[in-house]
Design a protein around this ligand. Structure first.
Ligand SMILES: NC(=O)c1ccc[n+]([C@@H]2O[C@H](COP(=O)([O-])OP(=O)(O)OC[C@H]3O[C@@H](n4cnc5c(N)ncnc54)[C@H](OP(=O)(O)O)[C@@H]3O)[C@@H](O)[C@H]2O)c1
Length: 270
């Protein structure tokens, strides 16, 4: 495993396991399997309605609390100062944990600034070891960072954004990197919106390294300094997606893959 470093030198596993749509008994089995395969970061959210599933899997895994990095996110029902404080307590109850490793604002809301003040307090209280945002990009991101500076508030430690070979968000990444804010990609496989697993450039580069298109797609993001949270419900793919630390894309590979970047979202949410 490779790690990103937070400002206090705490480590962020560069690969985590996504849990969108991981539900019920099958979801617990999937997560226990992911932990067994070796994942040590689980990415959940209030919005996914599966924090209790994550909690059950953590308890069933036999791992200790310190072994696993748990991220959750607060969304619209918790948009506000008091609401965000209550939202964190709700998530902790659902997860069966005393703290989360990373608490994010799921997306921009009109009450983002009030939520941020609450997250800063939650970190001080020890209920969240690290705090950050998700889907903050472009003008909204730079305005928010300027506001943090003006108010003398800490900046986010991480921004989780849409990123994959078809859109690596170069301009947003540049802002984040300049500020020392970690970048994490959601939907690194585009949630299946593109035929990424048979994308010729990825398949051909992979063939030279003895790797699959999926592994090349993840390795590309990692070499850009972007952490990833892919999801798979198949054990063999879970393992495949973790097995990306024993090869290096060279400059030609990186240039070739960079040509896939279309410079715009495949989701169009923001
Ligand atoms: N912050 C946000 O707003 C936000 C938004 C979306 C997602 N997320 C997070 O990001 C995580 C990842 O995104 P995602 O789950 O939407 O999509 P994804 O990881 O981009 O793609 C998952 C799809 O890829 C397939 N897959 C995975 N590994 C594969 C492999 N090696 N070969 C072939 N197919 C493979 C999976 O199929 P199988 O399951 O059949 O293997 C599944 O259909 C989410 O689970 C969630 O935690 C966050």
């Amino acid at each position: 495993m490779e790690y990103g470093l937070f400002g206090n030198d705490d480590r962020l596993p560069m690969i985590g396991f996504g849990t969108w749509d991981v539900r019920g008994r099958a979801g617990v089995r999937t997560l226990v399997e992911a932990l067994d395969v070796g994942y040590r970061l689980i990415d959940t959210a209030h919005m996914y309605a599966n924090e209790h599933v994550v909690g059950e899997a953590l308890r069933a895994s036999g791992l200790t609390r310190e072994d696993v990095f748990v991220t959750t996110k607060l969304d619209r029902p918790y948009a506000g100062y008091d609401e965000a404080l209550a939202g964190c307590d709700h998530s902790l109850r659902e997860l069966g944990l005393d703290y989360v490793d990373l608490l994010l604002i799921h997306e921009p809301y009109a009450q983002t600034r009030d939520m941020w003040r609450a997250l800063v307090e939650l970190r001080e209280q020890g209920k969240a070891r690290h705090i950050g945002v998700s889907n903050f990009q472009g003008r909204f991101l730079t305005d928010f960072l300027a506001w943090c500076d003006t108010e003398g508030l800490p900046q986010p430690e991480l921004d989780q954004i849409e990123a994959h070979v078809y859109w690596t968000q170069a301009s947003t990444r540049e802002v984040l990197e300049q500020r020392g804010i970690l970048v994490q990609a959601w939907a690194p496989f585009t949630e299946g919106r593109r035929r990424i697993f048979s994308e010729p450039a990825l398949v051909e580069v992979g063939r030279r390294h003895g790797k699959t298109a999926a592994q090349v797609a993840l390795r590309y993001l990692l070499q850009l300094g972007v952490a990833v949270v892919p999801k798979s419900s198949h054990r063999q793919r879970m393992a495949e997606n973790l097995d990306v630390f024993d090869f290096e894309l060279d400059a030609d590979d990186m240039t070739r893959i960079a040509r896939l970047d279309e410079g715009c979202s495949l989701f169009g949410w923001y």
